[in-house]
Design a protein around this ligand. Sequence first.
Ligand SMILES: [Zn+2]
Length: 86
Amino acid sequence: MAERPFNDISYEQFLNEEKLMGSRCKKCGTLFVPPRSICVKCYAAEMEWVEVEGKGKLAAFTCISVGPPFMIAEGYDRNVLMFPEL
Ligand SMILES: [Zn+2]
């Protein structure tokens, strides 16, 4: 497919093109999403881009809140619930 480096910049470029892409190790077939340039299973560096489609299950997510200093000074810091319905 595309000849882009296997890194987070390429991953984000694909997302902007509405494609969810991962890298697959050509040696052992392990799939990585987000992509890796080196396989952590067999340590091969020969990867190929693979478009990931279909349904999936969200395993985890993170929400990070860091306020700018002027808002923290006004009382909007991480100790204030911004979304009480969550
Ligand atoms: Zn591998």
